[in-house]
Design a protein around this ligand. Structure first.
Ligand code: F0G
Length: 420
């Protein structure tokens, strides 16, 4: 089967646009755009087609908005593992906890799912240059996919607030990296204006094609659970594109009759950058932005999430919520999952574990529920936060005796061992 027919649609006024236009917001009302498929015309048994293909973004080809297969730019994205976490479950007081480890993607974050589709779209639209604003991961991913496609890449990042691992990636892949003296929100405002008036393709999550790639994480989770759907999906929120994309996938699966129930979407923000969590808690109908966002989880250090409307809909329609967590809670969660499960994640990803812990304690997540946490990025992206937190490893002379002395338990530790 070929692709399902699709077009762009404004989520506010419903205006429709053909999908071969370079457009980032509704021309009529300025609203966010969404890719919409004519799902009623899907004839094939999608599950059967999918089953014959490897777990990856492109396994779900029929639900991706690309017309020319030969233009696909891929680095082997998706197909990340869904790990059942017995030790972490026990610690948190849950029975059925899984984590989807998106750090396994080619550039170490979930952004690759979006970029394989977004950069392919850039080729289809014959754009020679691509650009984004980024807290780090988007720029690393775009730089890699642009290199693979032979496109010029421009990235704007907030000066001094991007983890070194991510900055290094953007640099080595040959992107033009520009540090601005401002935050992510400033950078996004600037690059959106530039891309609207120059032949440069914007690949932030305002770009609805990119989000289509990101929705595949939900399709994979369903397949990895043998067709099942979690009760709750917990996901860190910054610009709020990912939570919206994941929800869209579940809506489409329901519309296609491939699932009956949908999960509740739980977003987690960092306390110093929690405009959605705070606004929902106050019962506001619009999200009030945070002027000067701050958090150790630099990936989600965002005060004006452009996709807030899509995210609030995802949360409302799914019966979910948005929680916020402190930097200390984030760092503790990062250490907890590293020690109990052997999975090293960056602070923004740990926000999902920290949020989960809080919600279990408040009994907003039940012990018996099937929960999936999305771990969005690899810990090696940002080793600095760990180096700052832990004492330097001991250093001894290069002799057997010195090493033995160093690994033997101290008297206090020995007493503890005997006592237990
Ligand atoms: N987790 C990580 C590791 C991220 O890099 C991001 C976003 C998020 C979560 C939040 O996702 O924005 O869709 O709500 N990083 C962007 C970037 C902003 O530029 O790399 P979101």
């Amino acid at each position: 089967m070929g692709e399902v027919d699709f077009h762009l649609e404004c989520i506010d006024c419903g205006a429709e646009y053909q999908a071969d236009q370079v457009i980032y917001s509704c021309r009529r009302c300025g609203g966010l755009l969404s890719v919409e498929y004519d799902l009623s015309r899907v004839e094939a048994n999608l599950d059967e087609s999918w089953r014959g293909r490897a777990l990856s973004v492109w396994r779900y080809r029929e639900l991706l908005p690309i017309r020319e297969d030969e233009k696909i730019v891929s680095l082997g994205e998706g197909g990340t593992s869904l790990n059942r976490c017995l030790r972490l479950s026990e610690d948190l007081g849950l029975k059925d906890l899984y984590v989807k480890n998106e750090g396994e993607n080619p550039t170490g974050s979930f952004k690759d799912r979006g970029m394989t589709v977004g950069v392919t779209k850039a080729l289809e639209l014959e754009m020679g240059r691509v650009a984004c604003a980024s807290t780090g991961n988007t720029s690393a991913s775009l730089a890699a996919y642009a290199a693979r496609a032979g496109l010029e890449c421009i990235v704007l990042v907030p000066s001094g607030k991007v983890a070194y691992g991510k900055l290094t990636q953007a640099m080595i892949h040959g992107a033009k990296v520009i540090q601005i003296r401002g935050n992510f929100d400033d950078a996004l405002g600037i690059i959106t204006k530039i891309c609207s008036s120059h032949p440069i393709y914007l690949l932030n999550s305002l770009n609805p094609f990119r989000l289509e790639g990101q929705k595949t994480v939900a399709l994979e989770i369903r397949d990895q659970l043998g067709g099942g759907v979690p009760d709750k999906i917990v996901v860190p929120v910054g610009n709020a594109g990912n939570i919206s994309a994941i929800w869209k996938a579940f809506r489409e699966l329901r519309e296609l009759g491939l699932i009956e129930d949908t999960p509740q979407m739980i977003g987690v923000q960092a306390e110093g950058a929690a405009p959605i969590a705070d606004s929902l808690r106050r019962g506001l109908s619009k999200v009030e932005f945070v002027e000067e966002p701050e958090t150790i989880a630099t990936a989600i250090r965002i005060g004006s999430p452009v996709n807030w409307k899509k995210a609030v809909r995802a949360v409302r329609e799914s019966g979910g919520l948005v929680e916020k967590v402190s930097d200390e809670e984030i760092l503790k969660a990062q250490e907890l999952i590293a020690r109990l499960e052997g999975i090293f994640i960056e602070p923004a990803s740990a926000a999902s574990i920290a949020g989960l812990k809080k919600l279990v304690q408040r009994r907003l997540i039940d012990r018996d529920e099937l929960v999936v946490c999305i771990l969005t990025g690899h810990g090696l992206k940002d080793p600095g936060v760990v180096l700052e937190r832990f004492p330097k490893p001991v250093e001894v002379e290069a002799t057997e005796e010195d090493v033995v002395r160093a690994i033997m338990p101290t008297e206090r530790e020995a007493m503890k061992i005997t006592a237990s």
